[in-house]
Design a protein around this ligand. Structure first.
Ligand SMILES: [Mg+2]
Length: 294
């Protein structure tokens, strides 16, 4: 990993898409920082496409897609993408609302990965039972009720904070039972089905913005902090980490090209500021028509 300050203007000017993890990349101590939220606005206002890519639940992604300054969100480690589309002018009840003088809100669109399996699968129930019995202090994450596809087991979001080796034990149990498992900075996420953050992020960018992997890998910056971000680090030549990635250095085989000096949300703000200072966002990426991405 090289310092983010070494990103060149030529590299930054190619960038059209800024993707980022949320927990411990935009947040610190569980809170979304004003500096990282302001950075999202700055990137968006510069015409860049902004897309969080997170292990957080579908229920949170509804809020993020509707209320944050983003062009969409990939959630549950790639099971889904949500985004907004402007309603066509003069259509249906929206037209009446406009006549009342109220602003018309865009429609929320949802895309589910074709390989995603709902989280009532019996294997997930078995994994939950085994993991809770075999790893003392482990618990189901409190955001589980808002999830559609994955099972989130909390080892470090709340007390007691368990060790990384406990998290790896949970991952091993899930894999023994035939599931996919990824360790984030707070949860072990477990799901059935062959997908990850990367496969959904790529299919969303292609369908919504006409992004082409054959020519566009260097148009994407991804920022993350932990092992569940590794597929993104491995794929994009301009991937970045916030400084807290160093906690997992032994666990992440494919480290990103760049690393921020600061941790968590301050590190993300540093990455965003570097991109904008070096000229990212001079060209705008436009969404394709609504039907192409649904
Ligand atoms: Mg994270």
């Amino acid at each position: 990993m090289r310092p983010i300050s070494e990103m060149t203007a030529a590299q930054a000017r190619r960038v059209r898409f800024v993707l980022m993890d949320i927990d411990d990349t935009l947040t610190r101590g569980g809170k979304l920082l004003s500096s990282s939220y302001a950075a999202l606005w700055s990137l968006k206002e510069a015409g860049l496409v902004v897309v969080p890519v997170t292990g957080r639940p579908a229920g949170w992604c509804d809020l993020i897609a509707r209320e944050w300054p983003v062009d969409g969100v990939v959630g549950e480690n790639g099971a889904l993408a949500f985004w907004e589309e402007a309603a066509p002018a003069g259509a249906g009840s929206g037209g009446r609302a406009a006549a009342d003088g109220r602003a018309r809100l865009p429609a929320l669109k949802q895309r589910f990965h074709p390989a995603a399996v709902r989280n009532d699968h019996p294997a997930l129930e078995r994994i939950r039972g085994r993991a809770l019995a075999e790893v003392s202090g482990l618990r189901v994450a409190k955001d589980q009720f808002a999830r559609l596809f994955d099972l989130a087991l909390d080892f470090a979001e709340e007390d007691p904070v368990l060790s990384l080796s406990d998290a790896l034990r949970v991952k091993a149990i899930a894999e023994e039972e035939g599931a996919v498992a990824k360790v984030s900075s707070i949860h072990v996420n477990v799901w059935m089905g062959a997908y990850d953050k990367l496969s959904m992020a790529e299919s969303f960018l292609a369908a919504r913005f006409g992004w082409d992997a054959a020519t566009g890998l260097d148009q994407v910056v991804f920022a993350g902090d932990s092992p569940n971000d590794e597929p993104m680090f491995a794929r994009f030549p301009l991937a970045c980490a916030v400084a807290n990635i160093r906690r997992y250095e032994g666990l992440v085989k494919s480290l990103p090209a760049f690393v921020a000096e600061r941790e968590c949300g301050e590190g993300f703000a540093e990455i965003a500021a570097t991109l904008l200072e070096r000229g990212a966002g001079l060209r705008r990426a436009s969404p394709l028509t609504s039907t192409s991405a649904s």
